[in-house]
Design a protein around this ligand. Structure first.
Ligand SMILES: Cc1cc2nc3c(=O)[nH]c(=O)nc-3n(C[C@H](O)[C@H](O)[C@H](O)COP(=O)(O)OP(=O)(O)OC[C@H]3O[C@@H](n4cnc5c(N)ncnc54)[C@H](O)[C@@H]3O)c2cc1C
Length: 413
């Protein structure tokens, strides 16, 4: 992508111009959620995706809709509030009566569990005691525990959290499907932003060999490109808001007959020692997707060392699970967060900031997509930014992007 100032504007012959209220860059959960919310509120909106639809982080997320408890010990130590009741907002959407109709999206588990080793610290016990009273957590015993934690050798405690786990490919498909007419693939070398002195994006030009040049004139632009926001901001002539990349090194374990487990193991630190979610694959098998401290501390390990580390953790924490013949892969991936104070410890709101007529957004967590939608609409309402252009009906001469796949579908091929 390239940006230029009107002084250097190039005049294309036979320029077709499309007026739209909103142009969104990025087809991950942030962009697709906003496209649904904004079109649903009467705005005309177009979404451009440079690669595959479904996002980079989004498709590879565990899919846990956190209620804040993952940060249990951190929350207690730093005295932060839990997230808004995001699981409840999501449950409404999944039931077809929320901000967006997500009925039909596959729910992998109604609950994320949390287990501790036998020696849970007194502090954590106190923490759970207060949460148990408010109904956010329920201690589960015996047959109520997930299969993988029912073995006689299990000596710790297990809790059921209000969090649910959703299947990311089915979520992304559900968000994209009704909006197909407004989603286009655009290679970034064919896309040029025109900006003015005040960092307003006045037009976006799309040109490619054999194609009639296109000018999109948006009233507002939303940068929802995840890590791609950095380059988009540069095109607009901005260095901030800055973003931070936190590399995590996830481990994937594939084996037929793996028990379904969606759980965090609480260690002695403020983060989960291990997070496990289970993902069915299209070949009928299942993959355990391992994160938590294992992934955060493993960012510098190479694949072999990271797999060995994961195997040691599993042997220590779940020694009764038969993992003979399991195949392992790893995925190094960046989590994108706004730089500075905001971040994993203050995940109470999605990030939304305005520069000129551009809105820079990072949801910070998949969980916060509903909050992102609500913030953007509220901001437009506050500014008196109302729908002006009719919903864009005529198709643009651009292709619909291919839909991406998560790592558990591609890495084992
Ligand atoms: C391993 C992992 C596990 C996670 N698990 C969870 C979880 O369980 N629960 C939770 O709440 N959160 C989780 N998260 C965080 C969550 O996934 C992210 O906060 C969220 O998916 C970010 O969405 P996004 O749309 O901003 O970014 P992405 O999903 O990365 O999407 C950005 C999209 O923009 C496109 N793009 C970039 N630049 C341009 C451009 N110039 N023009 C057009 N398109 C562009 C990209 O190609 C991409 O498709 C996890 C993150 C990771 C990495």
């Amino acid at each position: 992508m390239a940006g230029w100032h009107p002084a250097t504007r190039i005049d294309f012959p036979a320029m077709r111009t499309i007026d739209t209220d909103i142009l969104i860059f990025g087809g991950g959960v942030a962009g697709l959620w906003l496209l649904n919310r904004l079109r649903g509120s009467g705005y005309s909106a177009i979404l451009l995706e440079q690669d595959k639809l479904g996002g980079h982080e989004s498709l590879n997320a565990n899919g846990i809709i956190h209620g804040g408890l993952k940060f249990g010990l951190a929350a207690m130590l730093r005295d932060i509030e839990d997230l808004d009741d995001m699981p409840a907002l999501w449950r409404d959407c999944l039931a077809g009566r929320g901000d967006i109709n997500l009925s039909g999206v596959k729910v992998l588990s109604e609950h994320q569990y949390l287990w501790s080793e036998a020696g849970l610290t007194a502090r954590a016990t106190t923490f759970f005691a207060s949460r148990l009273l408010t109904g956010q957590v329920r201690a589960v015993e015996g047959a109520e525990r997930p299969d993988a934690l029912r073995h006689p050798a299990f000596e710790g405690k297990a809790y059921e959290l209000a969090d649910l786990v959703i299947d990311m490919p089915s979520l992304m498909q559900k968000l994209a499907q009704p909006q197909k007419s407004g989603i286009y693939k655009v290679s970034m070398q064919n896309c040029h932003l025109e900006t003015d002195d005040r960092h307003n994006t006045t037009a976006v030009f799309i040109t490619a060999a054999g194609m009639e040049p296109l000018r999109i004139k948006p009233r507002r632009v939303i940068l929802a490109g995840g890590q791609g926001n950095h380059a988009l901001l540069e095109d607009i002539g901005l260095r901030e808001p800055e973003m931070e990349r936190r590399t995590v090194h996830m481990v994937l374990l594939k084996r037929a007959g793996l028990p379904v487990l969606h759980a965090h193991c609480l260690g002695n630190s403020t983060k989960p020692r291990l997070t496990i979610t289970s993902h069915p694959t299209r070949d009928g098998e299942s993959v355990w997707y391992l994160g938590g401290e294992l992934a955060e501390d493993g960012a510098l390990r190479d694949e072999r060392l990271q797999i060995e580390h994961a195997q040691r953790e599993l042997k220590e924490l779940l020694p009764w699970i038969d993992l003979k013949g399991a195949r392992y892969k790893t995925l190094k991936i960046d989590r994108i967060l706004p730089a500075g104070e905001r971040g994993l410890f203050r995940p109470d709101n999605a990030f939304v900031e305005t520069r000129g007529n551009n809105l820079v957004v990072w949801p910070c967590k998949l969980t916060l997509a509903p909050n992102l939608g609500r913030q953007v609409l509220k901001q437009f309402e506050k500014e008196g930014f109302l729908p002006e252009h009719p919903p864009q009906a005529e198709a643009l001469p651009l292709l619909y992007p291919e839909t991406g796949l998560p790592a558990w579908e591609t890495l084992f091929n």
